[in-house]
Ligand binder design. Structure first.
Ligand SMILES: *Cc1c(COP(=O)(O)O)cnc(C)c1O
Length: 346
């Protein structure tokens, strides 16, 4: 498949002259008097605008992710990257995107905000992708296919061959959202950036890195696609405090590694225990830090848990998720409290 990125890009974005900020125009460490950006000289260090391209952070992040710094976009959560995909590629009122269902809700919300048609293709009963149906849903105006793996809310990874097939058969952009891939034993797709010029992989600091509050999302793609992200994003989209905090976390990742081991261990503890509980009808296999369970009466059990001070995610109203609750894996104590409450439910 010969892939022509520029043909997929919205004409107004192709022609866009990006905002040139003060920090872009002056690059070099020699200066010591900064009178270029109308900043206030007091209140160091937060008086200065942050690095618009977060170069230091990308430099540190690249080896962890086995990519080059030029293949990284950093945003205000993955949600910014999701929105940018629409703004870069999809002409409002004209183009469409295709996604699996059920999946992460932000793909649809951002489609609606950008006035882009959102086509969803149901997963099979055991949450697998019907590749034929997915490709059949595309047409000449389909710019993007969204695949979340491990998928939220179902929890499962998709077989690598399935995603390979979509990447090779579809001529547009394929976004693989790997927000939960650190919890899976499958090899991540960002390792394949050099083989697929149409691939965008999403990662986040919100899950395995336990830093949802700092709002730091990542997109990995070809240099050319990352160039488009950089052109369209707000100039200072990742604030200084977030950049600093992420750098300090990268200085010592033993915490992150320990948390991951604990969460995987807890998952092994919680899944079989859930299976033993009579009101739990089905525990879906999971490769993530959460599990989808089908229960006898999701709405009632959800309310009962809230009365016990325990909040889970009620997915009853989601297509194909009737009577399903999505339960995040917590600490041993939190998990035991949940299991105890479910056992006690009448
Ligand atoms: C939680 C989650 C994210 C993370 O979003 P952030 O904006 O980075 O916090 C991305 N994708 C999926 C599928 C998620 O479940």
């Amino acid at each position: 498949m010969n892939f022509e990125l520029q043909k997929l890009v919205r004409p107004n974005i192709r022609a866009l002259e990006p905002y040139s900020c003060a920090r872009d125009e002056f690059k070099g460490m020699e200066a010591h008097v900064f009178l270029d950006a109308n900043e206030n000289p007091f209140n160091d260090p937060i008086n200065r605008y942050p690095d618009p391209l977060q170069e230091k952070l990308k430099e540190r992040l690249a080896p962890f992710k086995h990519v080059r710094p030029s293949q990284i976009f950093l945003g205000n959560g993955s949600d910014e990257a999701i929105d940018l995909v629409y703004r870069i590629f999809c002409n409002p009122g004209k183009d469409n995107v295709v996604a699996i269902s059920p999946t992460y809700g932000m793909y649809k919300v951002c489609a609606d905000v950008n006035d882009v048609e959102y086509r969803s293709v149901p997963l099979s009963e055991d949450w697998q992708i019907d590749t034929k149906a997915l490709l059949k849903a595309t047409d000449a105006h389909t710019k993007v296919i969204w695949i979340c793996s491990p998928n939220n809310p179902t929890g499962n990874d998709f077989p690598r061959e399935t995603i390979h097939e979509v990447l090779t058969s579809f001529g547009g952009i394929v976004v693989v959202d790997e927000a939960y891939s650190d919890f899976s034993t499958n090899q991540p797709f960002r390792d394949l950036l050099d083989s697929y010029p149409n691939l965008i992989v999403l990662n986040t600091f919100s899950k395995a890195w336990a830093s949802a509050a700092i709002r730091l999302g990542m997109a990995f793609a070809s240099e050319e696609i990352i160039g488009l992200f950089n052109k369209v994003k707000y100039p200072y989209n990742v604030n200084l405090l977030t950049q600093k905090k992420a750098l300090s976390m990268l200085d010592d990742i033993t915490n992150v590694e320990n948390w991951m081991v604990q969460i995987r261990r807890e998952r092994e503890h919680v899944l079989p225990a859930l299976q033993e509980i009579p009101i739990v009808l089905k525990v879906f296999p999971t490769d993530a830090n959460f599990v989808l369970v089908r229960v006898t009466d999701a709405n009632r059990i959800y309310r009962y848990l809230i009365e016990q001070g325990i909040v889970v995610r009620n997915r009853h109203r989601v297509q194909q998720c009737g009577n399903c609750l999505r339960i995040t894996i917590g600490t041993r104590q939190e998990n035991n409290e949940l299991l105890g409450a479910l056992r006690f439910y009448k």
